[in-house]
Design a protein around this ligand. Structure first.
Ligand code: SAM
Length: 397
């Protein structure tokens, strides 16, 4: 039985540090450790440790005897930027206090570290060093012989195409010859399998199959992951009064950059909440009792709609029918969680399909990763009335 939402994947990370570009993959890191049960994990490129701490937390919570190794010279590179030794010292201290140094930190180059590992010994390799095409190809090729026959390899930054990033291009080449799956959120994470001799849930994910709840891997892990980066940025906002709340240093994102990240992720986050909170709807037979199914979905609020439409009745079914007959076309929202005007503008293919907008979202759109309202709308929903966006920018200036 395959499930993408598991006690492991939905747990919260114990440590998230700046920079957070990887942090959106933490739920997947928890999940892959739970389902692959690797004997040895090696990471090439650790920086402040978001990815490596996620692997370490999963191993610890699952009480596995997995060996954990992080390789980095902890000096930075032309993509990550240069940073000082405090980054390594902080991570080292954390590993000592939290895990009694069980995960090993190898402070050396990727090439030199190969000497410390036996051939055919690594089941899970995470490559996240320099992101040029040549560098990532080199890293994979020199570590290739260290992998077991059934190893899984993760490549970060497959979705970044600016500057001279080439991970996505190299991953596409590998994916022609291997079973592979690519996440696009949080800068992209490619998952590559050397063989198909893998546990059933891992195979299902690599094939992009829905799990026992009908949920697709891309949709589950992007929403769980974005919630983690949202949380990080939201906490930073709450502490805007303090100087340098996360010890982010001079290269930290500005408040306006953080707000943009929050906006970017918020639309997907609301889909996560609403998607999981609403009762499961049988999508196979939607036509006969559509108003009833829409009422049951939690996306129709009779109070909200009656107020907008200026109707006095408290007959929820009649209100829902009114919405379907004329309200949606008039641009009235059925609840605070769905904006038909946004949905029609964002997804013109739905308009031309002839399907109702909310009907489409409930039975198709949310499973395809479409969002029910603009990020601006979500921000308005979640921003306390006394704090407006201009206040936030004003504080920054
Ligand atoms: C993008 S960061 C890693 C991010 C990290 N995985 C996370 O979760 O935030 C890349 C790291 O790779 C390291 N690095 C790049 N090339 C390297 C090499 N050839 N040998 C050792 N470390 C290297 C850099 O020092 C940098 O810390």
């Amino acid at each position: 039985m395959v499930a993408y939402t598991t006690p492991s994947s939905i747990q919260l990370p114990e440590r998230v540090e700046f920079p957070v570009s990887w942090a959106g993959h933490i739920p997947f890191a928890f999940w892959i450790v739970e389902n692959l049960r690797p004997k040895k994990i090696v990471e090439l490129g650790t920086h402040s440790g978001n990815s490596f701490c996620a692997f370490s937390q999963a191993v610890d919570r699952l009480e596995l005897d997995t060996a954990l190794h992080a390789v980095d010279h902890w000096a930075g590179d032309e993509h990550a930027g240069a940073y000082d030794t405090a980054v390594y010292d902080d991570l080292k201290r954390y590993m000592k206090n939290r895990y009694r140094d069980r995960p090993h930190l190898h402070r050396t180059s990727f090439d030199d570290a190969t000497r410390e590992f036996d051939d055919g010994s690594i089941d899970l390799l995470h490559i996240d060093g320099l992101h040029t095409y040549d560098a990532v190809k080199h890293d994979f090729e020199i570590w290739r012989q260290k992998l077991t026959a059934n190893a899984v390899v993760l490549f970060h930054d497959t979705a970044v195409t600016n500057r001279d990033f080439g991970v996505g291009r190299y991953f596409e080449e590998l994916a022609k010859e291997h079973l592979a799956f690519n996440f696009s959120h949080s800068h992209g994470l490619g998952v590559l399998a050397l063989s198909e001799n893998l546990p059933e849930p891992v195979l299902a994910l690599l094939r992009g199959q829905a799990d026992m709840n009908g949920l697709l891997p891309r949709s589950v892990f992007s929403r769980l992951g974005n919630a983690i980066t949202d949380h990080f940025y939201a906490e930073a906002f709450c502490k805007v009064e303090e100087r340098d709340p996360f010890h982010m240093g001079p290269d930290a994102p500005s408040l306006s950059e953080m707000l943009r990240m929050l906006q970017h992720n918020a639309g997907e986050r609301i889909t996560l909440y609403t998607g999981f909170n609403s009762p499961k709807v049988n999508t196979s037979d939607v036509s006969d009792d559509l108003p009833l199914k829409i009422l049951a979905s939690g996306f129709f609020s009779p109070d909200h709609y009656a107020k907008l439409a200026g109707l006095s009745t408290d007959d929820a079914l009649a209100l829902c029918r009114h919405y379907l007959d004329e309200g949606e076309e008039a641009g009235l929202s059925p609840s605070a969680e769905f904006d038909p005007v946004f949905y029609a503008q964002e997804y013109p293919d739905v308009v031309t399909s002839g399907s109702g907008l909310l009907e489409h979202y409930l039975f198709h759109g949310r499973h395809e990763g479409r969002v029910p309202m603009s990020a601006e709308g979500v921000i308005q929903e979640i921003t306390p009335p006394e704090t407006t966006k201009s206040d936030v920018f004003a504080k920054e200036e």
